[in-house]
Design a protein around this ligand. Structure first.
Ligand code: ASP
Length: 360
């Protein structure tokens, strides 16, 4: 089935009027009920993905003490990378198809307009810290694979097994359930136990992104992930790619993303969202406009029976004046925010409505 761009309109009619060239849009009409754009009175503010509560709390405490915003967000993200219960990031992340955990991360520092990143990094639990060192201690932006590991070890990072027993069981269950014509047989009891927890393929994608705005309006951000679960070894998603899974412009704002990385790689998503904000859109309008662009350009293979993207994608953005907001391809989606009062979760507006069983 081929669907033309004209026919493909995800939600309310108002979305069809989203312009892509910046400036005001009529998105406010569509999202009035769930407007996430808030605040607007400057920093300090930390925003993060739905799994970012520990990161937000940690980073906010550090910002209050005047610590550099990049050090603050990386310290926050380290907590989630070290959590074996979060299977989308760092230690305990789900592995590639060979059962090996490969991590991606990038950082960007607004005042310096510098970035650092690592991709397909094995055996190191804090790729975000290594990415920060790439930024600060090399003239490069991105190190990958073996080179990234050697660089991390040079700086004293210790190698460790990243595959937890739980993650290994999920991987094994995935491997055993791939085909009826190979030699891998499912252990039925384990299969059902694991299935219960994996209902809806909730672990297929997953990531943490976190951004800080200081009291003096400086910005920094970090994204970290174990990426697409059971990926082809060597696959790199959007999370370590500046402009795709994270972008910071100290004059305008910052944006981070979680969800299907290939969509962000094909659309330079976070860079474009910051550019949309430069053109006058609020963070929420910019995130929705980019989702609309991604949806319009989605290939038929990746559309559901109604022509909508069959994957999840979320954006989280903060503007230099402290206005923050986000949007999700499918609901329910949440972002975490710490703006000095409390650390709380905010429901994101979705482009395509609520779809509980979505990949991503
Ligand atoms: N964006 C990540 C990737 O594609 C995964 C995710 O955020 O769910 O590697």
């Amino acid at each position: 089935m081929t669907i033309s761009r004209r026919e493909f309109v995800c939600t309310a009619a108002g979305l069809a009027t989203v312009g892509l060239g910046g400036g005001a849009t009529s998105l406010g009409q569509v999202t009035r009920e769930k407007q996430t754009d808030k605040h607007g009175s400057g920093g300090p503010i930390i925003i993060s993905s739905g799994n970012g509560e520990p990161a937000c709390n940690q980073a906010f405490e550090m910002l209050k003490k005047g610590i550099d915003p990049l050090d603050a967000v990386v310290a926050g993200i380290n907590l989630v990378e070290n959590d074996p219960e979060d299977h989308s990031v760092g230690y305990g992340g789900l592995p590639n198809e060979d059962g090996v955990v490969e991590l991606d991360s990038c950082v960007m520092h607004g005042p310096a307009h510098k970035a650092g990143a690592v991709a397909a990094l094995r055996n190191i639990s804090n790729p975000s810290s290594v990415a920060k060192l790439v930024m600060r201690r090399t003239d490069h932006v991105l190190l990958v694979g073996e080179g990234a590991l050697r660089f991390a070890k040079t700086h004293g990072f210790k190698e460790q097994e990243m595959l937890t027993d739980e993650a290994r069981r999920y991987w094994l269950e995935w491997k055993e359930s791939r085909s009826d014509i190979d030699d891998w047989l499912q252990a039925k009891a384990d299969f059902h136990a694991a299935r219960g927890k994996m209902e809806g393929l909730e672990f297929t994608y997953g990531t943490i992104t976190c951004m800080a705005l200081t009291k003096t309006s400086d910005l920094a951000g970090c994204t970290s992930t174990s990426g697409l679960s059971y990926k082809i070894p060597g696959r790199v998603g959007d999370s370590p790619i500046i402009g795709a899974g994270l972008y910071v412009d100290n004059d305008i704002g910052a944006c981070g993303s979680t969800g299907r990385g290939e969509a962000n790689l094909q659309n330079c998503s976070c860079f474009m969202i910051v550019e949309f904000m430069r053109g006058g859109m609020t963070p929420e309008q910019a995130c929705l406009a980019l989702l609309k662009r991604v949806a319009d350009k989605t290939e038929p293979r990746l559309r559901d029976e109604n022509g909508k993207p069959n994957y999840g994608l979320m954006f989280y953005a903060v503007r230099k004046d402290g206005l923050f907001g986000g949007a999700s391809m499918w609901g329910p989606g949440k972002m975490t925010v710490h703006d000095g009062q409390t650390c709380r979760k905010i429901e994101l507006p979705s482009l395509c409505g609520v779809r509980p069983k979505v990949v991503g």
